[in-house]
Write a protein that binds this ligand. Structure first.
Ligand SMILES: Cc1cc2nc3c(=O)[nH]c(=O)nc-3n(C[C@H](O)[C@H](O)[C@H](O)COP(=O)(O)O)c2cc1C
Length: 393
């Protein structure tokens, strides 16, 4: 049976999650678009970057904390938005947000959460961010934004790489639908999956996209899921970003930026931060790995806004590498879902703690005591190509 104390690394948490979840649910989270090249590349890109430690710098004391949008985070790592997190554990989003708060870091709620954004706010989890899309019905984008403001969300994330749904072929093969239905084959190795089925029995009956349930509208998840694709608008543009910038007073973050030109334009539009991301390889297969896209974006941004990164972060040293390449903070998607599946709030807490400990150790081994001291000097190999011009010899 899965045991949290035996999950000694994120990859082990994934292995355990695979054992406890019905195949279609595991694959829904684990999979990517088409041939999953971008998905694979996200993780592989970290292995192409090597570190050049300076142990004699002496880093007996390490401070992992950073400041992001005026709030102190205990480490440069937070939880990113993942739809249907409540499918992995009852109250999944609430559990993950509590774990993030207990770890001293931020949680970003997905538009497609099972709980409502108000219910999450009621947990007191903070800092809490809210993620939205540009919907065909622009009024709905504004409505969600207003609700997030009223519920005291600290930042708004506009995801820009989801204007059409990616082709997720594992879901096609598995016949994954919302709500999920399981064939006997999906439950193969039933003994390890029974606890999940039992735990989720009520949730599965009432599963919905909490934020989409509106007075006078259908709340049945099948109807909502069916209309979801139709809500997205491939015609979204910078004009929508402008409108949202005017509407939302707090920090506004664009998620899904890979091109340096878009990063530059984001600055011109008064955006406070971007998340360099390819949606965890779930959208455009063939898109660059987030880490590969990062250096040119950092160069274009020249420190004028926060540059966050997600995609393939599975080790504390991955966070260190992303920061050495100029990122401000990283986010995790799948790892928190694996943690949820294995142990609910305690599982997410474990994932965050594993990554924190690994980052702390990697910093100590590299001889850096503060996040601000992490820079391109720590990088060997391909990393050298991105050392800022004024620091190249
Ligand atoms: C199951 C699942 C659901 C997701 N739902 C959303 C979403 O609703 N909105 C969004 O902006 N990103 C969503 N993402 C993308 C994540 O925010 C993030 O970009 C990605 O998972 C990061 O890669 P990683 O999983 O390798 O950490 C989702 C990812 C997964 C795995």
């Amino acid at each position: 049976m899965p045991r949290l104390d035996r999950a000694y690394k994120v990859a082990e948490m994934r292995r355990q999650a695979r054992r406890v979840l019905p195949r279609p649910v595991f694959d829904f989270a684990d999979g990517g678009a088409e041939d999953e090249r971008t998905l694979g590349r996200n993780e592989a890109a970290f292995e192409d970057v090597s570190l050049l430690p300076r142990p004699l710098e002496g880093a007996a004391e390490r401070d992992l904390s950073i400041e992001l949008f005026g709030r102190r985070l205990s480490m440069p790592l937070m939880i990113g938005p993942t739809g249907l997190a409540g499918l992995f554990w009852p109250g999944g989003e609430l559990c993950a947000a509590r774990a993030a708060t207990a770890a001293g870091t931020a949680y970003c709620l997905s538009h497609g959460s099972v709980c409502t954004l108000e219910a999450l706010a009621e947990t007191g989890a903070a800092p809490r961010w809210m993620q939205v899309f540009v919907y065909r019905d622009r009024g709905f984008t504004r409505e969600l934004t207003d609700r997030a403001a009223a519920a005291g969300y600290d930042a708004l994330v506009l995801t820009i790489d989801n204007q059409l749904l990616g082709k997720r072929e594992r879901d096609i093969v598995n016949g994954f639908g919302i709500p999920p239905r399981f064939a006997p084959l999906d439950l193969l190795g039933m003994a390890t999956r029974l606890p999940w089925l039992w735990r989720m029995r009520d949730v599965l009956r009432t599963l919905t996209f909490g934020n989409y349930v509106r007075a006078g509208r259908p709340s049945d998840i099948r109807t909502l899921a069916g209309s979801m694709a139709g809500l997205l608008d491939p015609a979204m543009s910078w004009r929508d970003v402008e409108a949202l910038r005017q509407h939302w007073q707090g920090p506004l973050v664009l998620k899904g930026v890979l091109h340096p030109d878009e990063a530059r334009r984001a600055i011109e539009h008064g955006i406070d931060g971007i998340i360099v991301s390819n949606h965890g390889g779930r959208q455009l297969d063939g898109a660059a790995a987030s880490l590969d896209a990062l250096p040119r974006i950092v160069e274009a941004v020249e420190g004028r806004m926060a540059v966050l990164l997600d995609g393939g972060v599975r080790r504390g040293s991955h966070v260190l590498k992303a920061l050495a390449l100029g990122a401000t903070c990283c986010l995790i998607g799948r790892p928190q879902l694996w943690g949820l599946a294995v142990g609910g709030e305690a599982g997410v807490a474990r994932v965050l703690e594993l990554l924190r400990q690994e980052l702390d150790r990697a910093m100590g081994l590299c001889g850096v005591g503060r996040i601000a001291d992490i820079g391109p000097e720590l990088l060997a190999g391909p990393g050298n190509a991105i050392i800022p011009k004024d620091r190249r010899t």
